[in-house]
Design a protein. Sequence first.
Length: 146
Amino acid sequence: MTSQFRRERHSITDLKIHLVCVTKYRRSVFTKESLELIDKTFREVAKKMDFQVIEFNGEDNHVHALIEYPPKLSISQIVNALKGVSSRRYGQAGYKKPQKECEFAGGILPPATRAALWSPSYFAVSVGGAPLDVLKEYIRNQEKPS
């Protein structure tokens, strides 16, 4: 089996991760249309930062992405950019972000608890030991919300 390596001036690499990002409070907020926006945004960020989203899919409360990246980028840099830009565009498109149940008088939340799309945590695992086709198929077969 041959692999597509990233060839740079001083390195040849094959760095891939399976990334999972969940919504804040694991709320079910994604629709087919909003997932398409997240996918498009992830790919635009990837192009600007010189990494590649090989596969993307999601369910109503989380997304999966298979990402190939250069050694000059850390996983946390990639995740921060993907989450930040996608959250902003998600809100600009008019989609509702998850919000904690309000327990305050008047229903106004303090600034620190306002709506956010993503949980601050994420799951990332390096891939390549198992056949990538198996992982691609797993991501493709995620149940899409209706």
